[in-house]
Design a protein around this ligand. Structure first.
Ligand code: BEZ
Ligand code: FE
Length: 279
């Protein structure tokens, strides 16, 4: 294979990978090469632009460490994370919808009794959160593991502080005998995703804001049901229609009314999808 040109090089690469033994790998790399080449031809990619792209991806990789995953952030603002979720969670109507996981989950969150204050000193206005964990047929699910996490009133998760002295505004609870849960926390506020890396440069270059509407993260797990990773959003937020990571779903928006004493409340029931039995 010699003298390849812009019209023949794609087929040459596809022939070179034709013996990929794993069929799924072959399908993915074949499509990737085809789309990548078509993209370069379509925009008539210059060598300077190709180098700019290489430098952008290099910077993205260099920004990653144990606490920062810039590639996930980039995937989020490109809508690829939500597209992948949409492609893989075709749940029956009535199930709570999933949304982005985000980069601020912490494996080793503290375990709390129901009713405890998971804020643990995080700055913000007090909020009481409650609800039930249900099956699609309306039965309550006791013993479900409920992981919650959120940003404080300054829009920062505990892990974003330079030297966090304790775990705040996150915790693990277990639903009671009636499938119920309740805990104290602080009210969720809108916050900008980190913009000090290449993802921020991308947002700026495309005239986009970095804000996420106020939300509380939930991960709910119970035996016999699919794990649910989702948020509950505040109905009064100004960014619901322009979430920087495209994660808002109408069914995940709830009222967070403020009571006479200034405390907020939020009540939300989660409906889990049963794991399909293998026949
Ligand atoms: C979050 O909600 O924590 C989040 C999601 C995607 C990107 C950045 C933050
Ligand atoms: Fe978040």
């Amino acid at each position: 294979m010699r003298n390849l040109n812009q019209d023949t090089i794609t087929q040459a690469v596809l022939e070179r990978i034709a013996n990929t033994p794993n069929p799924r790998t072959k399908e993915i790399v074949t499509s990737l090469v085809t789309h990548l080449h078509d993209f370069a031809r379509e925009v008539k990619l210059t060598e300077e632009e190709w180098m700019q792209g290489i430098q952008f991806l290099t910077k993205t990789g260099q920004m990653c460490d144990a606490k920062r995953q810039e590639f996930i952030l980039l995937s989020d603002v490109l809508g690829l994370s939500m597209l992948t979720i949409a492609l893989n969670h075709d749940k029956p109507a009535g199930c709570t919808e999933p949304t982005v996981f985000g980069p601020f989950f912490l494996e080793e969150a503290p375990q709390y009794e129901l009713g405890a204050d998971v804020a643990n000193g995080a700055k913000g206005t007090p909020c009481l959160v409650s609800g039930r964990i249900l099956s699609l047929t309306g039965e309550t699910i006791p013993g479900a593991k409920i992981n919650v996490w959120q940003a404080d009133e300054d829009g920062l998760y505990d892990v974003q502080y330079v030297s966090p002295d304790r775990i705040q505004a996150r915790g693990i609870l277990t639903s009671d005998a009636n499938g119920g849960y309740h805990f104290k926390t602080i009210v969720a506020e809108a916050y900008p995703i980190p913009t000090d890396g290449p993802t921020g440069d991308f947002l700026k270059a495309t005239s986009r804001h970095p804000w996420r509407p106020a939300h509380l993260h939930f991960m709910v797990e119970a035996p016999g049901y699919e794990r649910l990773i989702t948020h509950v959003f505040r109905a009064d937020d100004q960014y619901l229609d322009s979430d920087a990571v495209f994660g808002v779903r109408q069914t995940l928006i709830a009222d967070w009314p403020q009571q006479a004493d200034g405390t907020y409340t939020m009540n939300y029931d989660f409906v889990l999808n049963p794991i399909a039995k293998k026949s």
